[in-house]
Design a protein around this ligand. Sequence first.
Ligand code: GLP
Length: 262
Amino acid sequence: MEIIVLSDPAAVGRHAARLIADTLARRRDPVLGVATGSSPLGTYAALAALAREGLDLSRTTAFALDEYVGLDPSHPEAYHSVIDREVTLPLGLDPRKVHVPHGAAADLSAACAEYEAAIEAAGGIDVQLLGIGANGHIGFNEPGSSLGSRTRVKTLAPRTRRDNARFFGGDVEAVPVHCLTQGIGTILRARSVLLVATGEAKAAAVAAMAEGPLGAFCPASALQLHERATVVLDEAAASKLVDREYYDFARDHAPEAAPGLD
Ligand code: GLP
């Protein structure tokens, strides 16, 4: 896991956007995994700025990590709408190439299997952008999730529903109980993963992910198994890391041939 600590959230967004742009530029038909939540917003803003300067993302296929079950896709907090608003439009993606799990499907198991098949058919994900929940979740893989899991229906943790109530007018009861999420095994199949985290509230989860034992109790710790996992943090999110000296030293002495995410 390569850990890069930068001064503030804006620097995190700019750095992550550059890494993504470099990776996608090497592919003829790039595939980007996109995340919801507040963490990646700075990355999307920086990618949108690169797009305004000429970065062409129109050939990029995108797959979202997860979706609530039972919300109409047009609901403003359904991840269909969120991805449309925060990713597809500002980045200039082709809406026909943007995929979000079908949380309103009559047959949710079939929707999950179709989603896995669609990722496969697109050639797999080149770079998967991730945030991290305060409880260490990635996507909606709550603590205890199988480290080999694939896209499936999950029950949200009470803490996640409380955390996400802010998007539903503060009403925790309005937050769906179930979701569809790419599994940890699905995420690990991406050719590279890029996790961004900012703020003190994520510091404990980040330390557990990077320096704690590998285990389902901290789902993000599964990224320790990934060959190309990059973590970009601001100072606050990095504040509970023990081996900070090494991360900074390694960042400043990256081997010449270090190929970024790819
Ligand atoms: C959400 C999403 C995750 C996200 C996480 C953190 O519920 N399903 O993909 O990474 O929780 O959210 P935030 O970035 O808003 O703190």
